[in-house]
Design a protein around this ligand. Structure first.
Ligand code: SAM
Length: 315
């Protein structure tokens, strides 16, 4: 179920309506839910859809075919950190709208065999693109305690990072079930009481390993660096994030880009000569938008989602 679907369409519609050519980039196509809705509601001239997961690309393409929506859509295999270069290869240097819906798809979470979730017993893989890189089991087979503790602390915000890391390195689990057992046994009593039955004790560990295995924050930093430069005047970049580690980065980068450049106090400039920021936060989205209560009720994943939008206002 695509998160914040109405809000994403509302955020990107003005950019696709007023910027010519109306090129749309979906940086995280997943199962194509947002892409299909945007194709139907805003009718972009062309769309490019990225996903690093071959299974997601195949399924999304099937859905587009079923909806007779493949005309003018190009699917690109790869990470969104390569977006500017991959688009330049096909002659695209400016676009009207970019969407990034971060994190894992329901396809990845629900396919028990891929090791993303503690709900199904599976080998610890967790790679969004299973054709390349290191799986979580391979990482845990060799990692040292200090490095693992750092990952659990920084990417999982896990208060028991040290003791959990020591237990994992002692057991070196290779399956989701074994990892849950090790983490549950290692967790301190106060921490176990604190989380109670609210979440699985291994939730933070799974999040940290997944973010690390897929370099998700590195990917996001690259996107935040490069994507604004792709926007034509009037173009918009919309990002949905699911936890504070991501949202903080998006918020800070958007705030920095939408502040005018600082002019030294001794430079004599009239008000109309002051440099203006090239980007702005559209007022409706300035504080970030969360899912409406009905969506939060229907889709638990939507409860932690926040949409932020940046608009290019100057060349
Ligand atoms: C939350 S899902 C997107 C769901 C999609 N918006 C929909 O409506 O179906 C995120 C998708 O982004 C992909 N993804 C995550 N990080 C990526 C990256 N750095 N480059 C390309 N794709 C990425 C994942 O493989 C996953 O399929």
């Amino acid at each position: 179920m695509s998160v914040l679907l109405r809000e994403v369409c509302r955020a990107l519609a003005p950019a696709l309506a007023t910027t010519a050519p109306a090129i749309l980039v979906d940086a995280t196509c997943g199962l194509g839910g947002h892409l299909l809705a945007l194709l139907e509601s805003s009718r972009p001239t062309r769309a490019f859809a990225f996903d690093r997961d071959p299974a997601a690309r195949a399924l999304a393409w099937q859905r587009l075919e079923t909806a007779a929506m493949t005309t003018n859509v190009t699917m690109i295999d790869g990470r969104f950190s390569t977006m500017n270069a991959r688009l330049a290869e096909v002659g695209v240097t400016q676009v009207a709208a970019i969407l990034a819906d971060l994190g894992v798809s329901s396809l990845q979470l629900d396919d028990g065999a891929r090791g993303f979730s503690w709900r199904a017993d599976a080998p610890l893989d967790m790679r969004m693109d299973p054709t390349t890189g290191t799986s979580a089991a391979e990482l845990l087979a060799t990692i040292e305690t200090n490095e693992l503790a750092r990952i659990l602390r920084e990417l999982g915000e896990e208060p028991d990072a040290g003791r959990i890391a020591r237990a994992i390195v002692a057991a070196r689990p290779t399956s989701t079930t074994a990892l849950v057992e090790v983490v549950t046994a290692a967790m301190s009593a106060p921490q176990r009481r604190k989380i109670g039955l609210r979440i699985n004790p291994a939730t933070r560990t799974f999040q940290a390993l997944r973010l690390h295995i897929n370099n998700e924050l590195g990917e996001l930093d690259r996107l935040l660096e490069d994507a604004p430069g792709l926007l034509a005047v009037g173009g918009r970049l919309a990002i949905i994030s699911f936890h504070s580690l991501e949202d903080r980065r998006v918020k800070q980068r958007f705030a920095r880009l939408s502040r005018p450049p600082v002019v030294p106090a001794h430079v004599p400039l009239r008000a109309d000569e002051l440099p203006r920021a090239k980007f702005a936060l559209p007022p409706e989205f300035a504080k970030g938008v969360i899912a409406a209560p009905d969506e939060q009720g229907d889709n638990p994943r939507a409860r932690s989602a926040r949409l932020r939008v940046l608009e290019r206002i100057e060349a």
